[in-house]
Design a protein around this ligand. Sequence first.
Ligand SMILES: N[C@@H](CCC(=O)N[C@@H](CS)C(=O)NCC(=O)O)C(=O)O
Length: 211
Amino acid sequence: MQLTLYYSPGACSRVTLNALEALELDYQTVLISLQAAHHKQPEYLAINPNGKVPALMIDGQVLCQNAMIIWTLHRMFGGSRLLPENNGSPIEQHEFLQDLCWCADTFHPMVRQNRAPARFTTGDEAGVREDGVAKLTEVCERLSPRIGDGWWYGEQWSIIDGYLCWGLDTATNGGFPIEKFPVMQSLADRARQVPSMQRAIARETQVTVDG
Ligand SMILES: N[C@@H](CCC(=O)N[C@@H](CS)C(=O)NCC(=O)O)C(=O)O
């Protein structure tokens, strides 16, 4: 099976990289630098017409959207390495899809409001940032008792923790005061030290097509 990940360093493609590393899969990477606008080039738009990273090509078939890529990888290779093992009914598995979708469609936009507020408005970005800080503050306060000194699902690390780590780090780079939320700061610090995340971050620095 041939797997190729299209990614940009520091972007949310890091979460898919984290998943590929957690699964110890063999894959190639292709750098799609957002800074250099590679994602707007016709060659990449032919792969993902939405012009976003990540995209994962599996034997010529393109998969887009972090949450769904991770769900597909979980179903193909996961066992309990990305999400807690659950061979239950669609309703029992719903929790995992719900959590992945929350990361992608609720958490990710508020992270971006902190890191790149200007992209949400043609006017003054200060209000967008303020709203992003307020939303992420509510999330950090609400999640802290759940996380404690563990992970999203308790004792077992999951890719949701990798997603949270990427998002919290990105928001912090945009000025979000993570130090006000020690539980969430600790989660990000611990998730960044997980070997699969360390390998993912290292892999991002390989700037050529590799394999
Ligand atoms: N919902 C998509 C979001 C993907 C996304 O927004 N990726 C960003 C990087 S974090 C991107 O490619 N941005 C390029 C742009 O919007 O111009 C997913 O989860 O895959």
